[in-house]
Ligand binder design. Structure first.
Ligand code: ADP
Length: 403
């Protein structure tokens, strides 16, 4: 079975092709072909990087085009021709899976895409203006080029549809409940995958585990997962809530916004830009949203970079505490995504706050580029795992399930 997966962001898109012979494997195989498209560098142009599994062939090019449709046509061409060819005909693709960021209250599970599903995704664009329109463009580009093929939407919000009301409903006016103003939570595909993978690594039944999964990438969120079910999470109505992130503030006192609107005459767009693009690690440090550059700047004595890191760690620890309180206990703390997978310093700093829970990291394991392993000390009372998140594979497995 050949499964094409599209993971579209506001200015970039990952696309990959999985080939499954026989039963679905328990662990993620390498995609046979993968492409990254980046629109952020050069306006009107798409920067494309393509890799195939067998040859590690790399195609790097920049093509004109800012529409998903023209870029998708080009990507599909590279599947069937040239140095990156992996299939003979596009008709060999059986199914296409899409990561869709916002499924609102409409979807608690992945669905086969129909006209009415597309209408809901479009309606929910007001809640995820940077993502849902891009997701929809990806779906329509596939329709245009692959015709009537089955397409599946896998929602980043779906895993958190199990949040109990006490965690999901904001303590504002009751009308918000009817208006759909509530905590949705995001990164659900990653949190769910990591929980399942954690159970595999621990050799335990997911139903018996209490986990906190820490997705620390450009966007950051935590999930409290009990028995495989999300019961609390840090992102909220939008992906701006909760932890400090690369360029997003995370939670701030809402009165700061009222103050800026009232006293400084800020426009809505300016506030939006401020909180989503000019805050977080980038806003505080003035250096970068990238944790690697923050660490380098700290090594050179940059005090604002140090402050940014200190706030990031403070927030991470306090939200881990919040998730702990929802879980009434903890079997494993799981780190994933760019920072979570690659920064021993952040993992160490997060765990340092909880020695009274018996959390103890093994320093050698923590600093030996761990992938899908337990880095806790042998006598730690809580396991600490590093899991390589595989969102694209998780989407492919949903396609397999719904095929
Ligand atoms: P996204 O949320 O866009 O999928 P990723 O999960 O790829 O992002 O995470 C990107 C972030 O991971 C980068 O901004 C960078 O800060 C961080 N990162 C990647 N490699 C390292 C590293 N070796 N050490 C610390 N941070 C890293």
């Amino acid at each position: 079975m050949k499964i094409l997966v599209l993971n579209a962001g506001s200015s970039s898109q990952k696309t990959c092709l999985y080939e499954i012979a026989g039963e679905i494997p328990e662990q993620a195989p390498k995609p046979v072909w993968e492409a990254k498209v980046d629109w952020s560098h050069h306006q009107g142009f798409a920067e494309i990087e393509i890799k195939t599994a067998n040859s590690e062939k790399l195609l790097l090019e920049e093509i004109p085009g800012d529409s998903h449709s023209s870029v998708m046509a080009h990507l599909l061409d590279t599947l069937t021709s040239g140095s990156t060819q992996v299939i003979g005909e596009l008709s060999e693709i059986d199914i296409v899976g899409h990561r869709v960021v916002h499924g609102g209250q409409d979807y608690s599970e992945s669905v086969v895409i129909t006209q009415s599903v597309k209408e809901v995704i479009a309606r929910l664009s007001t809640l995820a203006p940077a993502h849902n329109p891009a997701n929809l463009e990806g779906i329509e580009a596939i329709e245009k080029h692959l015709g009537n093929i089955t397409q599946i939407a896998v929602f980043d919000t779906a895993f958190h549809s199990s949040l109990p009301d006490a965690a999901a409903i904001y303590p504002g006016p009751y009308e918000w409940v009817d208006e759909g103003i509530r905590r949705y939570g995001f990164h659900g595909i990653s949190h769910q995958y990591c929980a399942q993978r954690a159970a595999q690594i621990l050799g335990q039944d997911l139903a018996s585990l209490k986990l906190i999964t820490c997705h620390l990438g450009n966007g950051c969120s935590l999930a409290a997962i009990s028995g495989g079910v999300s019961i609390d999470t840090t992102m909220g109505f939008t992906p701006l809530d909760g932890l400090m992130m690369g360029s997003r503030s995370g939670a701030v006192d809402p009165s700061i916004l009222i103050h800026l609107l009232r006293e400084k005459d800020y426009s809505v767009d300016k506030l939006d830009n401020l909180l989503n693009k000019a805050s977080g690690l980038s806003g505080i440090s003035g250096v970068s949203s990238d944790m690697r550059q923050i660490t380098e700047a700290i090594a050179q004595g940059n005090t604002r970079a140090q402050l940014a890191l200190d706030i990031y760690i403070h927030r991470l620890r306090s939200y881990i505490g919040a998730m702990l309180a929802s879980l009434f206990g903890l079997d494993a703390l799981v780190f994933t995504a760019g920072v979570g997978e690659n920064s021993p310093r952040i993992r160490q700093a997060a765990c340092e706050a909880f020695p009274f829970l018996g959390i103890k990291i093994d320093n050698t394991r923590n600093t030996s580029n761990p992938v899908d392993v337990d880095i806790a000390d042998r006598d730690s009372k809580v396991r600490v795992l590093v899991v390589h998140t595989q969102e694209d594979w998780a989407i492919a497995t949903e396609c397999w399930r719904l095929r």
